[in-house]
Design a protein. Structure first.
Ligand SMILES: *Cc1c(COP(=O)(O)O)cnc(C)c1O
Ligand SMILES: [Zn+2]
Length: 457
């Protein structure tokens, strides 16, 4: 794969290109099949021509994005494509592959917030989306770019990814929409049934491989390099561009005010990097007047970023990730580690971790207040509870927790919790169905008994 540097100015008035995150000279077209800097091997990121974007005022952009949000004008009703000038200006409308991403509920978690002394607690429900996770936000950009390239005659036989379950679901769905061949590498028995059935239903070539995510990642990288297959993992920074709209949409939902803290779970660490990138862009363009602080939450069983944070980010060592209920973040060697560390340093960030017991308890507690969380959101909530206890997050702070997937994708986890079958997890808020015969008196007695028991302290 030979990378050609951009020679001519592309026709679109809003220009974007790939550039090395470590600052090596060289710009590469967004249509290049290139993920790492040919000079130093670091990841690339998408850069936008800020001078061009600054030709319009911050008020112009905010008003434009507000008018487009959830509207009917294709493809701008998508919260990703509604911000296309700042996301990916190089794709033509006809090649956009979209399921109208974004526009997800920013849930005021009033009851849970009250319980922990945080009146301004909000949960951004990114799992309320086409495939049930935030991965849709990035995949729409990546698959649209693939369709654009194919339309220009580039030969791309398939798009492939390694996944902990949600990336493969999103890739398979978007490729199915666009009639592009998808290949997904999954670690066998390490994704939920719902996550496994998604790529199968969408007709993707689905491999269940006898290894973990990191093992799948190694295999898919080699496969893509050798066979000119397009790689859809988040080292491909087109996905980060789509995912960064979560911070833009967040600001938009608060009338372009910025919260004090955003808490986000991290595995491969593309999403925390994307979150920061969106806030930084809006700040650089004067659309927002301050930056939030970012807290990244990791499972104790897969915590390489946390360990590095404890050492002031002076060093980083990959770990062997151990099995965790938060299966989508069971990653020991995160691809976007450098981006994430830079992001956390820029945003006065902190890293906190959660044990299996803490994450499961946080899910159950929050579910009791009307949320319906996935285990990864549980990691973020457990980290939040700790940061509030430590006084790092203060009672008057406005806090947004990024909920990364829909709880409906993880029924096995929830059933086992309520049955008290989660090993080292103490199920403190169990609730199980009551078996009763079809007899009025017995039904009535069962109801009143249950109400009485649940009101006893
Ligand atoms: C992918 C994923 C994450 C982790 O995002 P990274 O970008 O890998 O850090 C967290 N939660 C869910 C549900 C995911 O699917
Ligand atoms: Zn470089």
């Amino acid at each position: 794969m030979q990378a050609r540097e951009i020679q001519a100015v592309p026709p679109d008035p809003y220009r974007a290109w790939f550039e090395c995150i470590a600052g090596c000279p060289g710009r590469y077209s967004l249509k290049e099949i290139i993920y790492a800097c040919p000079k130093c091997g670091n990841l690339l990121e998408v850069r936008h021509d800020l001078d061009l974007l600054r030709k319009k005022s911050p008020a112009y952009w905010k008003d434009l994005f507000d008018r487009r949000l959830m509207g009917n004008h294709w493809p701008y009703g998508s919260s990703v494509w509604g911000k296309r000038e700042m996301v990916c200006p190089d794709v033509e409308d006809a090649n956009v592959v979209s399921t109208l991403e974004g526009g997800s509920n920013l849930f005021w978690a009033e009851r849970l917030g009250k319980e922990i002394g945080l009146p301004e607690l909000w949960v951004k429900l990114c799992g309320n989306s086409h495939t049930g996770s935030f991965k849709d936000l990035g995949m729409t950009v990546l698959v649209s770019m693939v369709r654009q390239m194919i339309s220009e005659g580039v030969e791309i036989p398939a798009v492939a990814c390694a996944s902990t379950g949600d990336t493969s679901a999103a890739l398979a769905a978007y490729c199915a929409v666009a009639d592009i061949r998808a290949v997904v590498f999954l670690p066998r028995n390490k994704v939920s049934t719902a996550q496994l059935i998604q790529p199968i239903a969408h007709g993707a070539v689905t491999l269940a491989i006898d290894t973990d995510f990191d093992g799948c990642m190694e295999l898919v990288r080699e496969f893509c390099t050798r066979h000119n297959i397009y790689l859809a993992n988040s080292m491909n920074s087109l996905r980060v561009e789509g995912q960064k709209t979560v911070s833009m949409e967040l600001a938009q939902q608060f009338d372009w005010q910025v919260p004090d803290w955003v808490v986000i779970p991290g595995g491969n660490l593309g999403n925390v990097s994307a979150l920061g990138k969106g806030f930084k862009l809006m700040h650089d363009l004067g659309m927002i007047s301050k930056l939030p602080r970012i807290a990244c939450a990791q499972a104790e069983r897969a915590n390489p970023l946390y360990l590095s944070y404890l050492k002031g980010f002076d060093e980083f060592e990959p770990v062997q990730a151990q099995p965790t209920l938060a299966s989508a973040i069971q990653i020991g060697n995160p691809v976007s580690i450098e981006k994430a560390i830079r992001t956390l340093q820029y945003f006065g960030g902190v890293v906190e971790q959660a044990s299996e017991d803490e994450l499961a308890d946080a899910v159950a507690r929050a579910d009791r207040t009307g949320l319906f969380n996935c285990p990864h959101t549980g990691v973020a909530l457990a980290a939040l509870f700790k940061l509030v206890d430590q006084g790092v997050i203060k009672a008057h702070d406005r806090v947004v927790v990024i909920s990364t997937a829909n709880g409906l994708k993880f029924p096995e986890f929830k059933i086992k919790y309520h049955e008290g079958n989660l090993g080292e997890v103490a199920s403190r808020h169990p609730n199980t169905p009551i078996d009763v015969p079809a007899d009025y008196d017995k039904v009535r007695d069962a109801v009143f008994r249950a109400i009485e028991e649940s009101s006893c302290p």
